[in-house]
Design a binder for this molecule. Structure first.
Ligand code: NAD
Length: 297
């Protein structure tokens, strides 16, 4: 039996539409547009693509986009001065510093300088703490997008066995926290896990965030499980495909024969990340103006 495809692209599109409608109502109520500032240091090609698409998506959603591009040799003092200026600018509701930063800049120092109430990426230690004790804050966009897809597909997650593969601060750990808060029984697997296939076989929900192409095989999957593939890996070029094929951390061909539902790569989790970023920025704007954000965001 072939699994149902979880269409992250369509879900992200509908979320972006809801954000767009809410952004219009916000502008009327607040007398200004919601604003998202994105800071890019250096010329990393992948980061340039991300920043360009974030800028376009922000404008498309009817929000103000403030782009700051700094040279690769920017010093820490200059970057922190910009973050400080954005923290104090009332037109800026959300601040995102595109990672990775050039090697001479300490990412933790820079993220810690962002006002946690404008930290729409949810990477500030205060927001990690808020998530862990169940207070309102900002949750990293990718795991929050995965949770939205899971709830849309499964409804109530209470009592389901979830296995998250990967324990990074931006995906694995917050994902496990969100699933725990949704009353799933959660296992975090990682590079030192013994018998990973056996652990994954227990799961009703598998979230793979490893960064290893097609590592999770179909015979690791419990029949009928829901599989969320966070991985984005580019395979080496092959004849007729100079750019190389884009694959996830799950071996899609074998997993789809066993799973109940699965996200494709591309078109699954990927499109959710920017949509959730816009959602977080709009929630920040409502909080900054003392307004209630719409419940459907
Ligand atoms: P990371 O490198 O920070 O973390 C990877 C994790 O996988 C680590 O915790 C490690 O313990 C675990 N791991 C490594 N090898 C393993 C193995 N053999 N068995 C079990 N666990 C193992 O990566 P990340 O930032 O969490 O990203 C993970 C993947 O998700 C990458 O492919 C990345 O490109 C992708 N990603 C996608 C989006 C998106 O928007 N869809 C966003 C962020 C990351």
């Amino acid at each position: 039996m072939s699994a149902q495809l979880i269409d992250g692209k369509a879900f992200a599109e509908s979320l972006r539409q809801r954000v767009g409608e809410a952004a219009r109502s916000f502008a009327q109520a607040a007398g200004r547009k919601a604003g998202l500032a994105v800071v890019l240091v250096g010329e990393d090609p992948a980061s340039q693509v991300y920043v360009r698409s974030k800028h376009k998506a922000t404008i498309d959603a009817g929000m103000e986009s403030f782009e700051h591009r700094l040279p690769a040799d920017t010093g820490e003092d200059a970057l922190l001065a910009l973050v400080d200026r954005l923290n104090r600018d009332p037109a800026v509701d959300g601040i995102l510093v595109q990672l990775p930063l050039p090697g001479h800049l300490d990412e933790q120092t820079v993220i810690s300088a962002i006002n946690p109430d404008k930290d729409v990426d949810g990477f500030h230690i205060i927001n990690a703490g808020r998530l862990s004790v169940g207070q309102d804050g900002f949750v990293p966009c990718t795991p929050l997008g995965c949770l939205m897809l899971l709830k849309d597909r499964l409804g109530d997650l209470s009592g389901l066995e979830a296995v998250v593969i990967g324990r990074s601060n931006i995906v694995g750990k917050p994902m496990a926290q969100l699933l725990t808060d949704a009353n799933a029984t959660v296992t975090i697997a990682h590079s030192r896990t013994k018998d990973l296939p056996g652990v994954v076989r227990r799961a009703d929900i598998v979230v793979a965030a490893v960064g290893r192409p097609e590592m999770v095989k179909g015979d690791w999957i419990k029949p009928g499980a829901t599989v969320i593939d966070v991985g984005i890996n580019r395979l080496p070029p092959e004849p007729g495909r100079e750019k190389g094929r884009l694959v996830g951390d799950v071996d899609f061909a074998s997993a789809r024969e066993v799973a109940g539902a699965i996200t494709p790569v591309p078109g699954g989790v990927g499109p959710m990340t920017i949509a959730v970023l816009l959602r977080n920025a709009l929630v920040a704007a409502h909080r900054n103006e003392g307004l209630a954000a719409p419940a459907n965001l």
